[in-house]
Design a protein around this ligand. Structure first.
Ligand SMILES: *Cc1c(COP(=O)(O)O)cnc(C)c1O
Length: 356
């Protein structure tokens, strides 16, 4: 039976990226050596990381005064590196979910944190608007896509202070005006590559303003200076990212990705909105194109387990909602084919017919 991979992360990758990564493990470019057994300082690996950085810049139209880094430690280490490098006295944060809260927790180790707005009052089912960003904050931190709750900020906001964004789960899903941000970071394992590598897009002029000493590995300047090769980077994960970036470019870049993602999400949200038994959990204008969360209406709640079993029997994988939301979450990242969305829709319609 065909499987449909709706995992939230690590998650579906382009088949071609996986196949080419497998080939590179056996023999990198006919060199007779595996990608896994070459030096990160070899010409072959330098070419890989150079191309990955160049493609990232090209696809997202990243201005020349920005750096693209590939680091270890996950988005979670960025929760700490951002304030370590930027927070002098006060930072502003938008509290839109669990990941935002984890970022806030780390920032508090370094200074005052102003939470300018929060959607915790409604279990993070919307992204707040109409808040004021304090002009004296060292930076303003947002989470553009809330992977667990399925809410997303769909546009690049204006900020009077340097804007920092965790884009772990929507990077490369739409065109982004990078010039509006000081830092964009994220774990690769949602929309870009395997676990183990973290991307950081950073404007250099925001550094050097804090007085505290910064340990070498946690200092962005170290990694800029060494081109992400201060220490051994996650070579294999970077290679797969490169393959994904090539796949995106070949398909037509960010405009094409956004078009595909909008189409997939629209199909699924329309099904949810027209359903007698399913209901979406997020306010319409904040709905994520990447993580689509829905539950069963009150009177059908007792059928959630049955639907889960039914969906599994039809090849749907990873649609269980996060424990803090319940119900279902269909993650529809770039690499998820529209056929998988259609298969889930068929499954939902069939279950509804049999149960209403
Ligand atoms: C998954 C995720 C994280 C955590 O990433 P790690 O690489 O596991 O540290 C952080 N933020 C968001 C929005 C995520 O989706």
């Amino acid at each position: 039976m065909k499987k449909h991979n709706f995992n939230a992360g690590p998650s579906i990758l382009p088949r071609i990226a996986i196949e080419n990564s497998a080939k590179a493990i056996l023999d990198l470019n006919g060199s007779g050596l595996s990608l896994l057994e070459i030096s990160h300082r070899s010409k072959d690996f330098q070419a890989i990381i150079d191309e990955a950085v160049a493609l990232f810049k090209e696809l997202l139209n990243i201005p020349a005064n920005y750096h693209v880094l590939f680091l270890g430690g996950g988005a979670s280490l960025q929760f700490c590196m951002v304030p370590y490098n930027l927070l002098k006295t006060k930072a502003a944060y938008l509290e839109t979910g669990v990941w935002a809260q984890k970022a806030i927790k780390e920032a508090k180790f370094f200074g005052q944190v102003d939470i300018v707005a929060s959607s915790s009052d409604k279990n993070f089912t919307y992204v707040p608007k109409n808040y004021t960003i304090p002009a004296d904050a060292d930076y303003f931190h947002i989470t553009t896509n809330n992977t667990i709750y399925g809410s997303e900020l769909h546009s690049d906001i204006d900020s009077p202070v340097p804007l920092v964004a965790d884009m772990s789960s929507d990077i490369l899903s739409r065109p982004v005006n990078v010039s509006k941000y000081a830092i964009i970071y994220g774990g690769a394992q949602k929309n870009l590559g395997p676990a183990g590598v973290t991307f950081v897009i950073l404007r250099e002029d925001i550094l050097g303003k804090v007085d505290r000493p910064i340990p070498t590995m946690l200092n962005y300047k170290t990694h800029i200076k060494e081109g992400s090769l201060f220490n051994t980077p996650p070579c294999f994960a970077i290679y797969t990212c490169l393959e994904t970036l090539r796949w995106i470019k070949n398909l037509g870049g960010m405009v094409k990705m956004e078009e595909m993602n909008k189409k997939k999400a629209q199909l699924l949200y329309d099904t949810i909105d027209n359903s007698k038994i399913f209901v979406g959990t997020v306010e319409k204008e904040s709905r994520s194109l990447m993580n689509i969360c829905f539950v069963m209406k009150e009177q059908y709640k007792d059928k959630e387990d049955a639907f889960m079993e039914f969906a599994k029997s039809k090849g749907m994988l990873g649609i269980k909602g996060h424990r803090s939301v319940g119900g279902f979450r269909a993650s529809c990242y770039n690499a998820l084919p529209i056929e998988s969305v259609q298969a889930l829709i068929d499954c939902m319609n069939e279950f509804e017919k049999a149960n209403v």
